[in-house]
Ligand binder design. Structure first.
Ligand code: ADP
Length: 217
C-alpha cells in the first residue's frame, strides 16, 4: 500500500513538498486555511482542502491520524505551528514532521512531540557548505542524454565505509566502473571492499541519479 502524506501550510516550502510528492506518485493531501493558497496548488495536487489545522474537530474529521506522515509547514506564525503540532500529536498522528524557523522554535516543537524538525535555512546552509567542500575532481564529462562520467574522491566521512554501506553496487541508474587507489585501478568490486581516504571512484550513468547519491553521503 502506498504511503499517505498530508502537508499543512502551502507557502513556498509546503507547495514544493506537495509538488515533489505528487510527482513521485505519492498520495498527498494539501491543506491550508487560506483558500487562495489552495487554489494555486490545485493544478499540482490531486487532494487539496481549505481547513484550519489548529481545530481538533477538523483534524479528526480529515482522519489525519491515519496518515503516515503529516508535515506542518507553517513558518510565519510560531504559535500556530506549535499548536498544530500539539493538536496532531494529541489526535494520534504517528509521525508529525515540522518546519522550524529557528533553533528556539525547533526546541519547543520537540518538547510538544514533533517527531522530526526541519530547519530549511540551517539545513541548506550546511548542504551548501558541503558542496563547497565537494570532493568531485571535475564536474562532469557529459556523454549526452543526461549521461555523465565523473570522479569522486573519498573524504573523511566515507573513509572505512564499504561499497555495500554506500549502496554503490546496486544502483540501477549509474555504475561504479572502477576505483583508483594510488597507481592501481581496481575493477573487481565487491560489497565488502572498504574505501580509503583518497580513493577515486569512477562513476558513469544518469547525472541526476549520481547527484542524488552524492546528496545521501
Ligand atoms: P513559507 O515560509 O514556506 O513560504 P509560510 O509560513 O509563508 O511558508 O506559509 C505558511 C502557510 O500556512 C500559509 O499559506 C498560511 O495560510 C498557512 N496556515 C497558517 N495557519 C494555518 C492553519 N491554522 N491551518 C492551515 N494552514 C495554515
Amino acid at each position: 500500500m502506498n504511503n499517505q502524506f498530508a502537508v499543512i501550510g502551502l507557502g513556498l516550502f509546503g507547495s514544493a513538498l506537495c509538488e515533489e510528492l505528487q510527482l513521485q506518485n505519492a498520495e498527498v493531501l494539501a491543506i491550508d486555511i487560506d483558500e487562495s493558497k489552495t487554489r494555486q496548488i490545485a493544478t499540482l495536487c490531486n487532494h487539496v482542502i481549505v481547513a484550519d489545522a489548529t481545530d481538533e474537530a477538523t483534524v479528526a474529521e480529515l482522519g489525519l491520524a491515519n496518515f503516515d506522515i503529516v508535515f506542518v509547514a507553517i513558518g510565519d506564525s510560531l504559535e500556530t505551528s506549535i499548536l498544530t503540532t500539539l493538536v496532531l500529536k494529541e489526535a494520534g498522528v504517528k509521525k508529525v514532521w515540522v518546519k522550524a524557523r529557528d533553533k528556539f522554535h525547533a526546541k519547543i516543537l520537540q518538547k510538544v512531540g514533533a517527531d522530526k524538525v526541519i530547519n530549511p535555512e540551517w539545513d541548506m546552509g550546511r548542504r551548501v557548505a558541503q558542496s563547497m567542500l565537494d570532493n568531485r575532481l571535475f564536474d562532469y564529462l557529459e556523454l549526452g542524454h543526461d549521461m555523465v562520467l565523473t570522479e569522486f574522491v573519498i573524504g573523511l566521512q566515507q573513509n572505512g565505509r564499504t561499497l555495500a554501506d554506500l549502496h554503490l553496487l546496486q544502483q540501477s541508474d549509474f555504475q561504479l566502473l572502477a576505483i583508483k587507489r594510488g597507481e592501481v585501478l581496481h575493477n573487481v568490486l565487491t560489497g565488502k571492499m572498504e574505501l580509503q581516504l583518497g580513493d577515486i571512484l569512477i562513476l558513469a550513468g544518469n547525472k541526476h541519479a549520481i547527484d542524488h547519491w552524492l546528496d545521501t553521503l
